[in-house]
Ligand binder design. Structure first.
Ligand code: GCO
Ligand code: MG
Length: 412
């Protein structure tokens, strides 16, 4: 089962996606997601210029060996560009192995450990009535767990608030709460941590009063706080029983989470920008988090994320795999197969892709009663419609960024 062809396909149906397509000599194909939001072309070059030539003629059945070869032979390890590239190869090889075996990938990973995957969606709004409407609309769409993001009085635009994206008048981002805006420069937003810390507990109090004690509620702090601010926030949210508080602080310094942990019982989730088990090691070993947020796409693929999650399982830490719209349907399918098979699944993030994306990527997952299932097609269950993909060439796009009132650049 030798690899005969390695193609890198860039398409921008609703936003940019990078997909690796491997074809074997006997005509089996496998897809891998290599999308790195806002830095897509760096991964395209890594794959096209440095990885694809190495794959031609190699044995498609040797997933672990290929992973180790790509990781170790480069000498330069880790980082988002490298790991997204290796992830795409790993996913594509699992896809091929599933097709060769006539089985969905989750069967090859050990079989189903549950009937479906509880998923959460993104509700948001500038003010309470809008937030309530957004939560109601998510409940109508079948979500049974909901992330809540809010505007803050005095701040004009905050990343993650849907209505503010809609206010830009850009039709492409209206459904998408967290766009990478197309254009030559990133959009500038504003931030004030004191105002946010004062405002947020009241929002969760109001949401709990309106929707009752049972609905699992999540919140994303998007790396904006210092450890002591994060500790304060976790404590002040305790009465509202959050499912998790995500990325309360940037965790390059993993030790910083100890301070947060010592002060609050609000569960903590972290790691959507992490690339390897080494970024999680201290957090897992010292039980400083409750959920691993790694994405298959950015953690080097199904193989290494499975190992990381199995390590986490020894400490009763669960999965909370990253699943915004910048993870392509291929990356989402990989997350679903992995989530279905591991024992310590926690929750899956799920933002629906736009219609054009769904036409480019033909998918076979199901969404019923707040639960996802990857489906039973051999492989990952996603096919790329290359004619459709060809209609949407790459467009430069950047994520936004923050400045404080005095002009200082801040985490966004
Ligand atoms: C989330 C995230 C994302 C990221 C985005 C960046 O929790 O889903 O924070 O929305 O910001 O993936 O590309
Ligand atoms: Mg996040």
């Amino acid at each position: 089962m030798k690899i005969a062809k390695a193609e890198v396909i860039v398409t921008s149906p609703d936003r940019n996606f990078v997909t690796l397509k491997l074809t074997t000599e006997d005509g089996l194909t496998g897809l891998g997601d290599a999308t790195l939001n806002g830095r897509e072309l760096a991964v395209v070059s890594y794959l096209k210029d440095h990885v694809a030539p190495l794959l031609i003629g190699s044995d498609a059945s040797r997933i672990e060996d290929t992973w180790q070869f790509l990781y170790r032979s480069a000498y330069w390890r880790r980082g988002p560009v490298t790991m997204a590239s290796i992830a795409a190869v790993d996913m594509a090889l699992w896809d091929i192995k599933g097709k060769a075996a006539g089985m969905p990938v989750y069967q090859l990973l050990g079989g189903a450990s549950r009937t479906g995957l509880m998923a959460y969606g993104h509700a948001s709004g500038k003010e309470l009535p809008e937030i309530f409407d957004s939560i109601r609309s998510h409940l109508e769409q079948g979500y049974r767990s909901i992330r809540v993001q809010t505007g803050v009085p005095g701040l004009k635009a905050i990343y993650g608030i849907a209505s503010q994206a809609a206010d830009t008048g850009d039709a492409d981002v209206r459904y998408d709460h967290e766009p990478a805006r197309r254009g030559a420069k990133p959009t500038e937003e504003d931030w004030d941590t004191r105002a946010y810390l004062k405002h947020l507990p009241g929002v969760f109090e109001a949401v709990r009063n309106e929707f009752g004690p049972d609905l699992p509620l999540l919140h994303d702090g998007h790396h904006r706080m210092t450890p002591i601010q994060a500790a304060k926030l976790g404590k002040s949210l305790e009465p509202y029983d959050l499912f998790w508080l995500e990325d309360c602080t940037p965790a390059e310094n993993q030790e910083a989470l100890r301070l947060v942990r010592q002060h609050t019982t609000t569960p903590l989730a972290i790691g959507e920008i992490f690339n390897t088990v080494w970024d999680f090691k201290d957090l897992i070993r010292d039980q400083l988090i409750d959920y691993v947020r790694g994405a298959v796409t950015h953690m080097g693929g199904i193989s290494p994320l499975k190992k990381t999650l199995e390590y986490a399982a020894q400490y009763q830490i669960k999965s909370g795999m990253h699943g915004p719209t910048d993870i392509s349907p291929v990356g989402m399918a990989a997350a679903m197969h992995l989530g279905l098979s591991i024992h310590n699944f926690g929750i899956q993030e799920y933002m629906k892709h736009g219609q054009k994306t769904d036409e480019v990527f033909e998918q076979s997952f199901t969404w019923e009663n707040g639960m996802l299932h990857p489906g039973d097609k051999p492989g990952l269950g996603v096919e790329l419609n290359q004619d459709e993909a060809g209609k949407y060439p790459y467009e430069q796009a950047y994520l936004p960024y923050n400045r404080l009132a005095d002009g200082t650049v801040h985490d966004w």
